[in-house]
Ligand binder design. Structure first.
Ligand SMILES: [Zn+2]
Length: 441
């Protein structure tokens, strides 16, 4: 295994930061950017020099997974300790001083523990996360002293490290009355609103419409909610299963391997399936848990985007998370300091199609179904006229374009209109494509 260019660049930026006197830089890298490979590489360089590494995690399930990755990468595990931050902070004296401390996903509720560990050892530290924010939207300034922002999710899609996706956000219930507890929506309230037979029916209907037959992970609010959702899928003949943190380890492994093989098509869970869940042909995330946490939103929505040749990931958001946080691969500006609330709201600039619920970056036309947004109708009409007139005069184009298998083969606006006509797309589609390619200004 070799680091990709942008991964190597991040490693060298960490070393630069240390040289410049920063103590605790934090790498910002989207899911799919290779967090574990970068940290494994840094750990290997350290243990290759005979020095110790301490790797801090906040959940026990992550320890084994990281140890396996590191071992496979050639890290000397006799010099590398992977431990829970909650445990290490109580056993500082019994822990041998590491030359390097790596932190996976700083969790703010544990800030005091991280700080105690960093200050006790005074070693080189580095953190790594996809979303350097706290639940309340604040920054990580209390824990880290510099952010090293790596490649963006958009760029990872362009480089085929993540799959492209389609985002649909059809609401299935009124969630406006849900109260908050501990900074996020109260799971019991969500359960009351969403754990209902007719809502399960709607969720299944949308799944069948948007992603029938594909593997999906379904994120629910509570165990009861998740179990009932799985049952509702089974009732209509779709093989679904529920897993949660109390599912015995062996059983959990069996279910995940059944999901991998295709025997189970839909896995319902609360928040069990996150980092490191590796099923490349799982192409759908179903979101049934509204959350204020950008971290949770990104983890859950992007779980279906692991790269596979030709895959189009489908995100079905029934709880409006996209209106709270924006699209998962939207470019975000990260800072160590809390952001003013107003600036935060401006970040979310998306459009949702009233016809097909496709949710996308602002455009005059729904790129999915061709729905034309009100303000742009006049402009579109003009374009249609031009496009159609040109097309009528040149049937040669139509004959040629009919043979195209991909819209990428279209080289002009006329060809795009012809392609749309041949494929029975709505006319808005050609307009949108033409605009995206810069044929129109
Ligand atoms: Zn649409």
């Amino acid at each position: 295994m070799q680091l990709r260019d942008y991964q190597l660049d991040l490693v060298s930026r960490v070393h630069d930061a240390w040289r410049q006197g920063y103590k605790r830089p934090c790498i910002v890298l989207p899911c799919g950017g290779g967090k574990s490979i970068i940290t494994a590489d840094m750990a290997k360089r350290t243990t290759d020099n005979g020095k110790r590494v301490l790797f801090l995690v906040h959940r026990r399930e992550l320890c084994e997974q990281i140890e396996n990755t590191f071992r496979a990468y050639g890290v000397d595990m006799s010099l590398c300790h992977v431990g829970m931050v909650q445990t290490i902070t109580r056993r500082l004296k019994k822990t041998e001083k590491p030359a390097l401390i790596i932190t996976d996903e700083n969790h703010h509720c544990l800030a005091a523990s991280y700080k105690r560990i960093y200050e006790y050892f005074d070693s080189h530290c580095v953190g790594v996360t996809a979303t350097p924010v706290r639940l309340n939207g604040g920054g990580l300034g209390e824990i880290n002293d510099c952010l090293l922002v790596g490649i963006s999710a958009k760029e990872l899609i362009a480089r085929k490290c993540l799959s492209p996706y389609e985002y649909y956000a059809p609401p299935v219930a009124d969630l406006s009355g849900i109260k908050s507890r501990n900074g996020d929506y109260a799971p019991e309230d969500i359960e009351v609103a969403l754990a209902k037979p007719h809502i399960y029916g709607d969720v299944i209907g949308y799944y069948k419409m948007l992603s029938e037959g594909k593997k999906a992970i379904c994120y629910c609010a509570t165990i009861k909610h998740s179990k009932e959702m799985a049952e509702a899928f089974r009732d209509v003949g779709i093989n679904a299963a529920h897993i949660d943190g109390t599912t015995p380890k062996g059983e959990r492994a069996e279910m995940i391997s059944a999901f991998r093989s295709g025997a189970i098509q839909i896995l319902c869970n609360v928040d069990l399936i996150s980092e490191g869940f590796d099923v490349p042909d799982c192409n759908t995330s179903i979101l049934l848990r509204p959350t204020k946490s950008l971290t949770l939103y990104i983890q859950q929505s992007m779980r279906c985007m692991r790269y596979q040749e030709g895959k189009m990931a489908i995100i079905i958001d029934h709880v409006g998370n996209v209106h709270r946080h924006g699209l998962p691969d939207q470019n975000r500006e990260w800072t160590l300091e809390p952001k003013p609330q107003r600036a935060k709201k401006n970040e979310v600039s998306i459009r949702q199609c009233p016809d097909c619920f496709y949710t996308h970056e602002p455009a005059p036309v729904c790129p999915n179904c061709g729905h034309i947004y009100e303000v742009e109708k006049k402009e579109i009409k003009e374009m249609q006229e031009i496009g159609l007139t040109l097309l009528n005069g040149k049937d040669m184009i139509f004959e040629k374009v009919k043979k195209y298998v991909s819209p990428d083969q279209c080289g002009t606006i006329q060809e795009l209109y012809a392609f749309a006509k041949a494929k029975h797309y709505k006319p808005g589609w050609a307009y949108y494509q033409a605009r995206k390619r810069g044929y129109l200004h």
